[in-house]
Write a protein that binds this ligand. Structure first.
Ligand SMILES: Cc1cc2nc3c(=O)[nH]c(=O)nc-3n(C[C@H](O)[C@H](O)[C@H](O)COP(=O)(O)O)c2cc1C
Length: 325
């Protein structure tokens, strides 16, 4: 089954609020081919012209296609906002119908919409009638284990004109716990004609292959496993397309990538915010390295970028020596 032409790969970087911002998207894409989705953008905030949300939705500076993800509840607001999103450079539009977070669900958005199929259908139909951009829906297995309606929901999305779908194999109440259900991904795939992207618990190029083989999905989406490993998405593409398994990243390359990331955060947000954001990323990049816990504890207390860079040097020198000894 064919994905829309702006998608150059079977592999997607998952939208992650507060994480897949422009610096991370650019870095991820610099490793090679893959599809990029923005953080979720609230349609009511865009319609109120909230400058912070506008900036999140603005992907014009990126020289690869970005699918912009929208979240909301009012079909009329989607209709109002979609032309602005087009102007801000989106190559495709994704609608978030899977987010389980309280704030979103309480606004009757995200995974709440899986319990209100009529409203979900109205949103999709009206967006479909407003834009010619490729349209996708990201959703879950269902609300809870007694309300599993992914197949019915997927058929509705297809009938309303979605071009492809992404399914995270967990219910809303599972949040991110337990194991993702790949069987439901297979069931949905068998029930629809449009392409389906499978999501949940892919941790490596090999598990991506397993998910595709197991479910017959048309593509994979990777989220948490890419945290601190922005190269993973392109490496997975290379493995799926060419059977080439990349070498593990050297300590030197991990350091270079982390520094590139911090520099990009600085350029985009300014040094102060970049340092705050760098705290979580540094933890992820250094996972599994010697004395990483102690380094993390130290790093989160650093208030000055030049000091942060000195500490990074020290930590990586120490790990390099350990690796050589
Ligand atoms: C911190 C975080 C933020 C997320 N934000 C979003 C979001 O904005 N939109 C969305 O559709 N899913 C969001 N997700 C869900 C992921 O896109 C993905 O569906 C989920 O993490 C399962 O995939 P994984 O097992 O590969 O991580 C988020 C997940 C995490 C961990």
């Amino acid at each position: 089954m064919m994905l829309p032409p702006h998608l150059s790969s079977k592999v997607f970087l998952a939208p992650m609020a507060g994480i897949t911002d422009q610096p991370l998207r650019q870095l991820t894409r610099s490793f090679g081919s893959c599809n990029i989705v923005s953080e979720m953008v609230a349609v009511n905030a865009v319609s109120r012209r909230n400058p912070k949300t506008y900036r999140i939705a603005d992907v014009r500076a990126e020289n690869y296609p970005v699918t912009v993800q929208l979240v909301g509840n009012e079909p009329e607001l989607f209709v109002q906002v979609v032309p602005l999103i087009e102007e801000l450079g989106a190559a495709g539009i994704d609608i978030n119908m899977g987010c389980p977070v309280k704030k979103i669900v309480n606004n009757r958005s995200g995974s709440y919409l899986m319990t209100d199929i009529a409203r979900a259908a109205s949103i999709i139909t009206q967006v479909r009638n407003t834009t010619r951009l490729p349209l996708s829906i990201k959703f879950r297995k269902g609300w809870d284990c007694n309300h599993i309606n992914a197949v019915e929901f997927a058929k509705m999305c297809e009938d309303c004109g979605a071009d492809y779908l992404t399914l995270h194999g967990r219910t809303k109440t599972e949040m991110y716990s337990g194991t993702a259900d790949w069987d439901i991904i297979g069931e949905v795939k068998a029930a629809i004609k449009i392409p389906l992207i499978g999501n949940g618990d892919i941790t490596s190029p090999q598990t991506a292959r397993q998910m595709l083989d197991y479910t017959q999905a048309d593509g994979v989406m990777i989220g948490r496993a890419a945290l601190g490993r922005p190269w993973l998405i392109a490496q997975t593409h290379k493995f799926l397309e060419h059977g080439i398994l990349s070498q593990p990243m050297s300590i030197e390359l991990i350091k270079t990538t982390m520094l590139r990331h911090i520099r990009a955060l600085s350029d985009y947000y300014g040094e102060k915010t970049a340092l705050q954001l760098a705290r979580k990323y540094v933890c992820w990049y250094c996972k599994g390295m010697r004395d990483a816990c102690r380094f993390r504890e130290k790093f989160v207390r650093i208030a000055d970028m030049s000091q942060a860079l000195v500490e990074i040097d020290r930590f990586f020198d120490y790990n390099r020596e350990e690796a050589l000894s």
